[in-house]
Design a protein around this ligand. Structure first.
Ligand code: AP5
Length: 217
């Protein structure tokens, strides 16, 4: 079977990570999140992690060349042979071009691009209430709370808030998204790959719409 690549598009806090994990699990694909990959580098104190941190904390994008190299390396691993759910990549036209060139080498292409739409005012509320586990699980204080406050359901470790989820940084991330990433909406619409999904619905309803989009692609 041809590998299946799904690109999750949407502003910071739209629910890309929450939904990408569910899709990857249901479809037996790998979840590739560039934000998670950078945070992993940061945790391991690599040179790339330090470089990425200086951009992430300001809400800026990490330069294309290093981001593209990291994704090429990740998608070339054998666990991605069946495809991947891409979360947070591509984020610029140059990254979209690099992805297309890479997938061509694999004799594949992007199958569908779900665009999770959420208005700006909801995004700040979502990100200021987001609690993360060190292994990347995502909760929300009100919308998706853990069983015990500030404790991960699965491994019992303490939850934390991301440095870049401060309201002023979130607002800058939304500006950066509007300037640099939103042009990809038209790019993928013109290719006939874009499917708009209402991200203001409950998490389970968004998942249902996304699964439908994938099945109909
Ligand atoms: P990254 O980690 O990718 O952040 P992001 O794209 O800004 O997205 P988020 O993780 O903030 O939000 P999300 O859409 O995944 O929402 P989530 O599911 O968590 O990137 C961070 C940084 O890394 C960037 O700023 C940049 O510096 C760098 N970077 C990453 N990729 C890069 C690239 N390609 N190029 C250059 N630089 C790059 O949900 C948010 C909250 O809402 C959670 O609390 C969740 O529980 C809740 N929630 C989710 N869905 C719902 C719902 N339906 N209803 C109610 N609450 C919900």
């Amino acid at each position: 079977m041809a590998p299946l690549y799904i690109v999750m598009l949407g502003p910071p806090g739209a629910g890309k990570g929450t939904q990408a994990k569910k899709l990857a699990q249901t479809l037996d694909l790998v979840h590739v999140s560039t934000g998670d990959l950078f945070r992993e580098h940061l945790k391991n104190e690599t040179e790339l992690g330090q470089l990425a941190q200086s951009y992430m904390n300001k809400g800026e994008l990490v330069p294309d060349d290093v981001t593209i190299k990291m994704v090429e390396e990740r998608l070339s691993r054998t666990d991605c042979e069946k495809g991947a759910v891409l979360d947070g990549f591509p984020r610029t036209p140059a990254q979209a071009e690099a992805l297309e060139a890479l997938l061509e080498k694999f004799d594949a292409g992007v199958k569908v691009v779900p665009y999770i739409k959420v208005p700006d005012e909801v995004l700040v509320e979502r990100l200021s209430g987001r609690w993360m586990s060190t292994s990347g699980r995502v909760y929300h204080a009100q919308h998706n709370p853990p069983k015990v406050k500030w404790i991960d359901d699965l491994d019992g470790s303490p939850l934390y808030q991301r440095e870049d989820d401060k309201p002023e940084t979130v607002r800058h991330r939304i500006e950066v998204y509007t300037e640099q990433t939103a042009p990809l909406i038209d790019h993928y619409r013109q290719k006939g790959l874009l499917v708009e999904v209402d991200g203001t619905q409950a998490i389970e309803a968004v998942t249902e719409d996304l699964m439908k989009a994938v099945e109909e692609a």
